[in-house]
Ligand binder design. Structure first.
Ligand code: SF4
Length: 345
């Protein structure tokens, strides 16, 4: 059993229920009647807030009762209410803390996403952390960051296959029958596709845990909506300060946003934190991140210290990161992590 991922593993054993399957079965009052745009967002937020309490109660009472899966889907369901809310939020997009405020039905913001989502591939991934494999990984296009060293730039900066939520829902069921232990939404990044993912999950029958593989830069509003469907937050913790984040990923307020989101995620879900060690950034990033995690999330949090950084994409324009890690840097990073954290992958 992996410490910190006990509920996830209980879902794998069929002894607990994936959160979205509870949200999918929870019936809510008919909000679809409210056609007019006026006040719709506020009304949906209000309803969502009321039903969140009911959801927490259901999760507590029925979350470990596999018989609850016999309950038919709600009509409309809490999951559909979340989808309606996200679709409304898209009119003034604040899915991530860039808060572009664009109407994504008409144009795109920083991430270059409208309302249609695209993905490059889906498959059973055997290269993730041992407790996740085989992981049904779905690689969405586009990202809310602009990392100069992006290891997935071939996925991020284009639109490949258009997502059909119904079809992808069925594919998730097929992969589950083939042995997937989870469905892993990644990219790029999943946050800007939250509405599409909510719609996909509405079409999934399997009791499969949801892994949200994110840069953790989503807005507090988006967190409020998606926390009830995420079982495991597979969060990237990239930088130990705002300067490095701005320099390499063109992002502001990184530290405040990401530490807030990890703190919130730790309250309602299970965590697996990844940190890609970067050359020359051991003391300013690795050490600061490890220290913060140990003090704020606890020494036992599941933590993957990753050494596979290699210069790619635009990294050669930044001479200080245009190389692989040295042996000394790897040893130092490992020494820092193992001195403060006790649950390393
Ligand atoms: S998801 Fe973020 S980057 Fe994309 S449009 Fe919305 S606020 Fe902007």
């Amino acid at each position: 059993m992996v410490r910190g991922l006990e509920r996830y593993e209980a879902i794998n054993r069929g002894e607990a229920i994936a959160k979205f399957q509870i949200a999918r079965r929870m019936e809510v009052e008919d909000f679809l009647e409210q056609d007019s745009d006026e006040g719709r967002l506020e009304k949906l937020w209000e309803l969502h807030g009321q039903y969140k309490k009911e959801f927490s109660r259901l999760l507590k009472e029925e979350g470990n009762n596999p018989d609850f899966l016999d309950t038919p889907p709600g009509s409309p369901s809490f999951l559909q209410l979340k989808l309606a809310l996200l679709k409304e939020m898209l009119k003034n997009c604040n899915f991530c803390e860039r808060r572009c405020g664009v109407n994504r039905y008409e144009k795109t913001g920083f991430c270059k996403c409208g309302i249609t989502s695209y993905y490059s591939s889906e498959f059973l991934h055997f290269g993730e952390e041992p407790e996740l494999v085989p992981s049904h990984t779905i690689f969405f296009n586009r990202c809310t960051f602009a990392c100069v060293f992006c290891q997935n730039f071939d996925i991020v900066y284009r639109n490949d296959g258009r997502v059909d939520p119904e079809e992808l829902g069925r594919v998730i069921d097929v992969r589950f029958r083939q042995g997937s232990r989870n469905v892993n939404f990644v990219g790029g990044n999943p946050d800007q596709h939250a509405h599409t993912i909510m719609e996909i999950l509405g079409n999934v029958e399997s009791n499969v845990p949801v892994v949200w593989n994110s840069n953790m830069y989503h807005s507090i509003e988006l967190h409020e909506v998606i926390e009830d469907i995420v079982d495991v937050w597979l969060g990237d913790f990239k930088y130990g300060n705002d300067e490095c984040a701005k320099h390499y990923s063109n992002v502001r307020n990184y530290w405040k946003v990401v530490t807030r989101n990890f703190t919130l995620a730790n309250r309602t879900g299970e965590l697996l934190i990844r940190h890609l060690v970067m050359p020359g950034h051991i003391e300013c990033c690795t050490a600061k991140i490890v220290e913060w995690i140990a003090e704020n999330l606890g020494r036992k949090v599941r933590f993957n210290l990753m050494f596979q950084y290699y210069p790619t994409f635009k990294a050669y324009d930044y001479p200080e990161i245009a190389r692989r890690l040295s042996g000394t840097e790897m040893r130092r990073a490992m020494e820092i992590a193992s001195s403060k954290l006790t649950n390393l992958v």
